[in-house]
Design a binder for this molecule. Structure first.
Ligand SMILES: Nc1nc2c([nH]c(=O)n2[C@H]2C[C@H](O)[C@@H](COP(=O)(O)OP(=O)(O)OP(=O)(O)O)O2)c(=O)[nH]1
Length: 148
């Protein structure tokens, strides 16, 4: 079967990254991820991300660019990450669907949440990308991932 893309948002606001705690399915519930979802047939990745963020979080977001790389999830899915921001006037994110808690993580807090195992390399790469591209997130306050 050909691979199917799951898009995750590195939604950044005021130098903080949004993490979302999954409420389902049972084997993923309680673990933290980048909000997003599956790209539907005929849909572009960035359109899928804007749609998922509206459905899941109730926000009006715009996508900036893709974090280089692709991370395997349960076959046939792979995770791609795009940086995104809230449009002016957007409602603040709320856990409307798929999640039961949200956290804006500052530079020193990124590894305070229990990310899904498969998200850890994607989050690590995202931080490096955000630091390089926008000077966001990374900086003297960033603590190393435990055990990295
Ligand atoms: N959104 C998202 N999903 C992830 C991440 N990491 C990870 O393993 N996944 C998995 C969980 C799900 O099995 C799958 C994405 O499914 P989803 O439930 O978020 O997608 P969706 O909104 O399109 O859901 P659906 O109702 O159409 O199944 O990818 C991540 O960082 N973000």
């Amino acid at each position: 079967m050909s691979e199917r893309i799951v898009v995750g948002a590195a939604l950044v606001d005021d130098g903080r990254l949004l993490a979302a705690r999954r409420s389902a399915p049972a084997d993923l519930a309680g673990r933290w991820e980048l909000p997003g979802g599956k790209v539907e047939p005929g849909e572009t990745a960035d359109a899928a991300l804007v749609r998922e963020l509206r459905e899941e979080l109730g926000v009006d977001a715009e996508v900036d660019g893709r974090v280089p790389g692709e991370w395997p999830l349960r076959a046939p899915y792979v995770l791609q990450v795009w940086t995104a921001r809230l449009r002016p006037g957007s409602a603040p994110p709320e856990p409307l669907q798929d999640h039961d808690e949200l956290r804006w993580l500052g530079p020193g807090e990124i590894w305070d949440v229990h990310w899904l195992d498969q998200d850890v390399p994607a989050v690590r790469r995202t931080l490096a990308h955000l630091g390089a591209v926008e000077g966001l997130i990374s900086g003297p306050g960033v603590r190393e991932e435990p055990g990295a």
